[in-house]
Design a binder for this molecule. Structure first.
Ligand code: MG
Length: 384
């Protein structure tokens, strides 16, 4: 029986994960749940699944009053989230938290030697080298939870990395795939939140529309897959049916295909190395008909190139990238800046950032804090 802590239980990863866990009640025991703002759903989940502990970011008193009679402890604050992740009665932490809040609980779990399944890309983008280093020391396993990275990670388990010429990460291209730059200047929040194939939280949906999400996947692929970024390419694939491709040195390509359903990569990671049946819709290629692929356009979608650039810059550059992106995306969601201001603010933050070696977590926190404040100032300048 694997004892699980699910962080971000009310988000899209969290609810899909609960479906997967529920399919195997004899394999997984849910120890704790953590959620941010969706108190109603958190309470429903806790009442049904009866974890030992629950973290809530909001409505602390109300949640405590509701759950205490059921014998469920309620924790809150930064420390509360880290406590859940570092609990000694947890074997696996599933990190489905949104954006920057995912880092500290992952660190707490890894330092304890607990395995962590990570959907929260930001964590490995800012501190991938430190987390993988610690995980090696403590014996904690890091499992990717993503439609591209999970099947790649699984397929490459016993592959000599010298046999791999490159991997290809498909990106749907988002809702503005064929828009001109002029059209893109007036993109609204509503248009940007309308992703063609995946239903996700607002932050990652905007990251998908700018292609920053794919940039983050490129950066985290090196840590999860132990491959240099020079071997990680991105291809636009509109149908989201092909989830990853591996090109071997002999130029043969292996692809992983399925209907787009996040429960599949979550299932694959959680039952690894076994293959077990799932309830997802089978893929009927005759109904799909056509699969199309395009080169990504980094002129209209500069965020992807900015992500690659930070790998070359090294040190705290990916931290600054992530921090500036988070500030710019939330500013866009609040209607304070335009869609095309997002990459402009990130680029300017990177240009102004004095990259330092990220050999300690403290230097990452310092760079993160600086980049957030700097990006905030740039947002004010761009504010409409
Ligand atoms: Mg993905």
């Amino acid at each position: 029986m694997k004892r699980v802590s699910l962080l971000g239980s009310t988000g899209s990863i969290g609810t899909s994960t609960i479906d997967v866990l529920n399919a195997y009640p004899d394999r997984f025991e849910l120890i704790s749940l953590a959620a941010g703002r969706n108190t109603d759903l958190l309470l429903k989940q806790a009442q049904k699944l009866r974890p030992k502990r629950v973290y809530t970011a909001e409505n602390i008193e109300y949640v405590t009053n509701q759950l205490k009679p059921l014998g469920i402890d309620v924790v809150h604050g930064d420390k509360g989230l880290e406590e859940l992740a570092a609990d000694t009665d947890v074997d696996l932490v599933i990190n489905g938290l949104a954006a920057g809040v995912g880092l500290r609980p992952t660190l707490a779990a890894v330092q304890k030697g607990t395995d962590v399944a990570i959907a929260n890309k930001e964590t490995l983008v800012v501190a991938g080298h430190l987390i993988t280093e610690w995980a090696q020391k403590t014996g904690s396993a890091l499992l990717p939870l993503d439609s591209e990275t999970t099947p790649l990670w699984q397929s490459l388990q016993d592959t000599d990395r010298n046999d791999v010429k490159r991997i290809l990460l498909p990106a749907s291209g988002g809702p503005f795939f064929d828009w001109t730059k002029e059209q893109m200047a007036s993109i609204t929040r509503h248009q940007a939140l309308n992703h063609p194939t995946w239903q996700m939280g607002p932050k990652i949906t905007i990251d998908s529309a700018t292609l920053m999400n794919k940039g983050f996947e490129v950066i985290e692929a090196q840590w999860f897959l132990d491959l240099p970024v020079s071997k990680v390419d991105v291809i636009i694939h509109r149908q989201s049916i092909v989830h990853c491709l591996i090109e071997y040195v002999d130029l043969g390509l292996m692809a992983h295909l399925s209907t787009p359903d996040m429960r599949l990569p979550i299932h694959q990671a959680l039952v690894h190395p076994e293959k077990l049946p799932t309830q997802i819709e089978p893929l009927d290629l005759t109904k799909v008909g056509t699969l199309s692929f395009f080169e990504p356009d980094t002129d209209r979608f500069p965020c992807l190139q900015l992500a690659y650039d930070t790998v070359t810059m090294g040190g705290t550059a990916p931290t600054a990238l992530n921090a500036a992106n988070e500030i710019a995306v939330y500013a866009f969601l609040e209607g304070r800046i335009g869609f095309l201001d997002i990459p402009t603010i990130i680029r300017q933050t990177l240009e102004d950032h004095k990259t330092t070696p990220a050999t300690e977590i403290e230097s990452i926190f310092v760079a993160d804090h600086w980049a957030r404040e700097h990006a905030q100032r740039l947002v004010q300048k761009h504010q409409q």
